[in-house]
Design a protein around this ligand. Structure first.
Ligand SMILES: Nc1ncnc2c1ncn2[C@@H]1O[C@H](COP(=O)(O)OP(=O)(O)OP(=O)(O)O)[C@@H](O)[C@H]1O
Length: 238
């Protein structure tokens, strides 16, 4: 069996009386692609933030390739070889696509290698036609693609993506799907996502969150046809 690259034990996050994440045990193996779904307020974002170091859980532990990262900040986690795409990316609108990717590449490589890596990412993600454009002038879908480029530049073995398809056109989503599959050749990937069409097109295994807990973990087809999952989305009691 493939190596476990991410594991949580009893991950719990309380905000006052609200238990946003409740004793979550989670495991992801090398080269897996897992979508995290669930209705609004189910605890997906909280789980994502605890795993990426944006929040520190109240209880429980996070391990990446066996290293405990529970109290680490995102920068430390990224330095392990983990690519993180949050909804508030660290980019500069007044710099070009090339420059933004180059700056990200420079964190991992010397100047010469950063040049080569930037060029490689621009080709892999088909960003050539917009490479000299300022990031601030790009359409939403193009920008999302650049942000994936920033994730890919560190050759990550684990990629954590928060709603990569949000607000995108069907064409952009299709492109994004291709890029994620390409990243998945070398990295395990977690995607927090609302867009069911995107999930159907990309997911294999899905973890369903409900009221801060894992309700179900199974193949996307079984999850989508499960009556309990349907009821949870529709807000019905079982
Ligand atoms: N910073 C916070 N302070 C207080 N309560 C919070 C905070 N963050 C999340 N919560 C609460 O925790 C619960 C889980 O929220 P979370 O955002 O993790 O769910 P979600 O599944 O990501 O929802 P959505 O799909 O709407 O983004 C909700 O009841 C939410 O109101």
């Amino acid at each position: 069996m493939a190596e476990v690259v991410l594991e949580t034990h009893g991950l719990t996050m309380r905000f006052g009386g609200v238990v946003a994440s409740n004793n979550v045990d989670f495991k992801l193996r090398a080269r897996e692609l897992r979508c995290l779904i669930g209705p609004n307020g189910a605890g997906k974002s909280t789980f994502f933030k605890c795993v990426t170091g944006l929040q520190t859980p109240t209880e429980g532990e996070v391990y990446m390739r066996g290293i405990e990262t529970t109290h680490w900040i995102p920068h430390q986690i990224a330095s392990l070889g983990v690519g993180i795409k949050t909804q508030t990316p660290n980019v500069m609108d007044s710099l070009s696509v090339f420059e933004n990717i180059w700056l990200a590449a420079r964190r991992f490589h010397d100047v010469q290698e950063a040049n080569l890596k930037t060029q490689e990412i621009i080709e892999r993600l088909a960003l050539g036609s917009i490479a000299r454009d300022d990031l601030g002038r790009l359409a939403h879908g193009e920008r999302q693609r650049v942000e994936l480029g920033l994730v890919a530049v560190g050759d990550p073995w684990l990629v954590l993506l928060d709603e990569p398809a949000a607000g995108m056109s069907a064409e952009d989503v299709e492109r994004m799907t291709g890029i994620i599959h390409e990243l998945n050749k070398t990295a395990a990937i977690i995607i927090v996502e609302h867009d069911m069409q995107f999930i159907r097109s990309i997911a294999d295994m899905v973890t369903v969150f409900h009221q801060g807990e894992v309700l179900m973990e199974d193949h996307v087809d079984r999850v989508m046809s499960d009556p309990t999952v349907r009821n949870v989305y529709l807000g019905k009691k079982n």
